[in-house]
Write a protein that binds this ligand. Sequence first.
Ligand SMILES: C[S@@+](CC[C@H](N)C(=O)[O-])C[C@H]1O[C@@H](n2cnc3c(N)ncnc32)[C@H](O)[C@@H]1O
Length: 275
Amino acid sequence: MTDVNAELVSELVASGLDRREARWLVEEFVPGGDPEAAPAVRAAATRRLSGEPLQYVLGHWPFRSLDLDVDERALIPRPETEGLVDVALKELATRDVAAPLMVDLGCGSGAIGLSLLDELRQRGVTGTLVAVDESRDALALARRNALKHHLHAVSFVQSSWFESLDGSLRSRVDLIVANPPYVSEDEFDVLDPVLRYEPVGALVSPDAHGVPGFDDVATVIRDAPSWLAQGGVLVLEHSHSHRDPALAAALGAGFAHVEDLEDLAGQPRVLVARR
Ligand SMILES: C[S@@+](CC[C@H](N)C(=O)[O-])C[C@H]1O[C@@H](n2cnc3c(N)ncnc32)[C@H](O)[C@@H]1O
């Protein structure tokens, strides 16, 4: 680190920033120690000190094999969602589909679907992805991330879940992945205020069937079977309190085989439902 940058780190720490974050910001905004870049890092520190998530201030964040652009248009990809990608890859490997057709519902930054495409590519498999979100802003960010990583076999569809999907996809999809909003309004009110920087539509879902925050999860589970090919699979992230209602909804929707997996913290997190 140059002398200029070391001085900037000390200045940011003195203004109240954590030392590790101060180093990150300085390395991001003043990589070569250019004194003219100092105002940019000071502006970034001000955003961070006012409570904005570090990921948004940096403007990019790693998710599995990808460095994703992230900003207030979409949810910051969470580490626990990385496990969902492992589950999905395992399901595809078990089915041994040569060129899987995949749908990422509520794609946000594109974290799940683009990781799948990228990691399949690393294995020599060419997948095709339909990335769906009701948020035009999120789709624009996902599109930028696809271009950034040279992932071209993607179409982007603005839709409320399956509503505006091309009907020709019915009964043809090998894998549906989804991380729908699953925080109830009551829970949202008491969560970490830093979440208020993220789009509320990415986090909060109405209650359904007497279950807080379950409406979007329930909709995806209910409608998924008619889009899946025989043997196709839905891999869906849900709240730790949704395990039993999610399993019941999947059985009620007619899935042939359902199970629910825990995340690394041992919390119920991922529904796997095979048609
Ligand atoms: C929890 S975020 C997940 C984002 C991303 N898949 C991830 O894991 O980082 C939920 C996403 O669902 C989208 N969404 C919310 N309601 C939707 C709906 N009715 N139809 C489609 N997408 C929706 C939000 O815009 C948001 O991008």
